[in-house]
Design a protein around this ligand. Structure first.
Ligand SMILES: Nc1ncnc2c1ncn2[C@@H]1O[C@H](COP(=O)(O)OP(=O)(O)O)[C@@H](O)[C@H]1O
Ligand SMILES: [Mg+2]
Length: 423
C-alpha cells in the first residue's frame, strides 16, 4: 500500500488493539501514528517498553536492552553485524569486498566484546584504533582462535586495505557514535533491563522507534526485533511448541526501519510457534530493494495472508495480482442486421475479474486479500478511527501526541541533560 493509504491506521493499529499477548511495533513515526494510538490501551494490559534512541517520541530513557546478549557466539555476532550492514546497504545492490570484509570485522569485534561482557562502546573504541590488540587477545582468550586469527590478518594486512575495511565498518556502526543512542543498548544502573525471553510470555508492549535509512538507529531496531522474535520462538519451543497467547510483531515501515536480512527464512519458523509477524511495505519493489528479488519472493510465499491496498503503481505487479485473482466468463450479446432482419447472438468471453488498471485504481480504504486456501477477496479496511472504540482512543492518542510535543518543547528549553535528569 502506498503512503497514507491506511497501512498503519487500517492494519497495524487494529491488530495491536486486538492483540491478546505481547506486542512489538517498529515505526518511524510517533505523533498521530501507531505509538500514540495504542500506548494508552497497551498500558492497561502490561508494561510499556519504548526504545527511542533517536528521540522520535522524545521519550525519556527508562529502559536498556543488551544488544550484545545474543552475540556471545559467532553466529549471533555475525547476525548482529548483518543488521548494521543491512541498515546501510540494499540487498539488491549485492555485496562487494568492502561490505563483506567490514561485516566480518564488525562480527569479530562484537564477539570479542560480548564474550567478555564488555559494552558495545568498546567496539567503537576498537574501530577507531585498528592497531589496538585488545579484541584479538579477547577473542583468543575466549577460545575463538580462528576469528582472532582472521581479525589479526585484517589488522596486519596492507594499510590501505585495513583502513578501507575499518572505515566501512565505522560507517555501518556510525549510529552508535552518538552517546545518546548507544546509552539505550548499554548496561545502565538503576534502569530496568528489557529481556526478550520474559517479554515472550508477558502482555508487554515494545515500541521500537527510529528514523529511516543508513546511519540511523534502524540497525538497533532491526536487531531488537530480531532478538525478540528469535527468543519468542525459543520460549515457544520450550513451552509446548506455541506461545499462548501469541506474540504479535508488527514491522511497520519494515524496509525503512527494520531490515532483518533473513526475515524471509525467519517467517516460516514464526507462524507455527505462535509468533505472528506482520510486515508492512509501501510496495513490492521496496521489498525487492531491501531483500533482493529472491528474498522478496520467499517472503511473499512464506506469508500466508497478504493484503494489498491502494496505490499499486507497478504494472508488472498489478498484472501478476490480476492473474492471481483469475478470470471469469462474461456473456456478450451481439446484434447484426441483414436483409432478412435482425439477428442476435450470445457468446461467452473470458475476462479478468479485476484487470491491472482496476488494481492500480483501487480506492483508499479498499484492499485485496490473498490468503492460503481461499479465492482472492476484496476487503473494506476498518481503520481504527472509524470504529466505535475510537471514542476512547482518539482523545488518548491526541493526549499522547500532545505529550510528545511538550517533551520536545521542554527539551528545547531545558537542554538535554537537565531534561534527562528531570524525567
Ligand atoms: N485519527 C484519524 N482520523 C481521521 N483520519 C485519519 C486518522 N489517522 C489517519 N487518518 C487518515 O488515514 C490515512 C492513512 O493514514 P495511515 O494509516 O497513517 O497511512 P500509511 O500508514 O499507509 O502511510 C491518511 O490519509 C490520514 O489522513
Ligand atoms: Mg504508516
Amino acid at each position: 500500500m502506498a503512503p497514507r493509504s491506511g497501512k498503519t491506521s487500517g492494519l497495524a493499529i487494529p491488530a495491536i488493539l486486538a492483540a491478546p499477548g505481547p506486542v512489538l511495533l517498529t515505526s518511524n513515526k510517533a505523533a498521530n501514528d501507531a505509538f500514540t494510538a495504542t500506548v494508552d490501551a497497551r498500558t492497561a494490559v502490561g508494561t510499556i517498553w519504548t526504545l527511542d534512541p533517536q528521540q522520535i517520541a522524545h521519550h525519556p530513557r527508562r529502559m536498556w536492552w543488551d544488544i550484545l546478549a545474543d552475540a556471545r557466539d559467532l553466529a549471533g555476532a555475525k547476525r548482529l553485524a548483518g543488521h548494521f550492514v543491512a541498515a546501510s546497504v540494499d540487498e539488491s545492490a549485492g555485496s562487494d569486498f568492502w561490505s563483506t570484509a567490514a561485516s566480518n570485522t564488525l562480527g569479530a569485534l562484537f564477539l570479542a566484546a560480548a564474550s567478555h561482557r564488555r559494552p558495545i562502546t568498546d567496539v567503537l573504541a576498537w574501530l577507531a584504533s585498528p592497531a589496538d590488540r585488545t579484541p584479538v587477545d579477547l577473542l583468543t582468550d575466549a577460545g575463538h582462535d580462528a576469528v582472532a586469527a582472521q581479525l589479526q590478518g585484517t589488522v596486519s594486512g596492507a594499510t590501505e586495505t585495513r583502513d578501507g575495511i575499518y572505515e566501512t565498518s565505522r560507517q555501518y556502526a556510525s549510529c552508535l557514535l552518538d552517546p545518546d543512542v548507544a546509552a539505550w543498548v548499554t548496561p545502565a544502573k538503576g534502569l530496568p533491563q528489557f529481556r526478550p525471553a520474559a517479554f515472550a510470555t508477558s502482555r508487554d508492549t515494545l515500541y521500537l522507534l527510529s528514523k529511516d535509512g543508513g546511519g540511523s538507529a534502524s540497525a538497533i531496531i532491526a536487531a531488537a526485533a530480531d532478538a525478540v522474535m528469535r527468543s519468542a520462538v525459543v520460549v515457544a519451543e520450550r513451552s509446548g511448541g506455541r506461545l499462548d497467547p501469541p506474540a504479535l510483531c508488527v514491522l511497520d515501515e519494515a524496509a525503512n526501519v527494520c531490515r532483518i536480512s533473513d526475515l524471509p527464512d525467519l517467517y516460516s519458523h514464526l507462524g507455527s510457534r505462535g509468533v505472528i509477524p506482520m510486515t508492512i511495505l509501501q510496495s513490492y519493489r521496496q521489498g525487492q530493494k531491501c531483500w533482493g528479488e529472491a528474498g522478496m519472493d520467499a517472503l511473499w510465499s512464506a506469508a500466508t495472508i497478504k493484503v494489498i491496498g491502494s496505490g499499486i503503481d507497478d504494472a508488472d505487479f498489478a498484472d501478476r495480482l490480476s492473474r492471481m485473482i483469475g478470470d471469469h466468463d462474461v456473456q456478450t450479446t451481439s446484434v447484426s442486421t441483414s436483409e432478412s432482419g435482425k439477428s442476435t447472438s450470445v457468446s461467452m468471453r473470458t475476462e479478468r475479474i479485476l484487470p491491472p488498471d482496476a488494481i492500480r485504481a483501487l480506492p483508499k480504504g479498499k484492499a485485496l486479500l490473498f490468503a492460503t486456501g481461499i479465492r482472492a477477496a476484496m476487503l473494506d479496511l476498518r481503520p481504527w478511527y472509524t470504529e466505535p472504540s475510537a471514542k476512547a482512543i482518539s482523545p488518548a492518542s491526541a493526549a499522547a501526541t500532545q505529550a510528545i510535543t511538550e517533551r520536545a518543547l521542554a527539551k528545547a528549553s531545558l537542554g538535554r541533560d537537565d531534561f534527562e535528569a528531570a524525567s
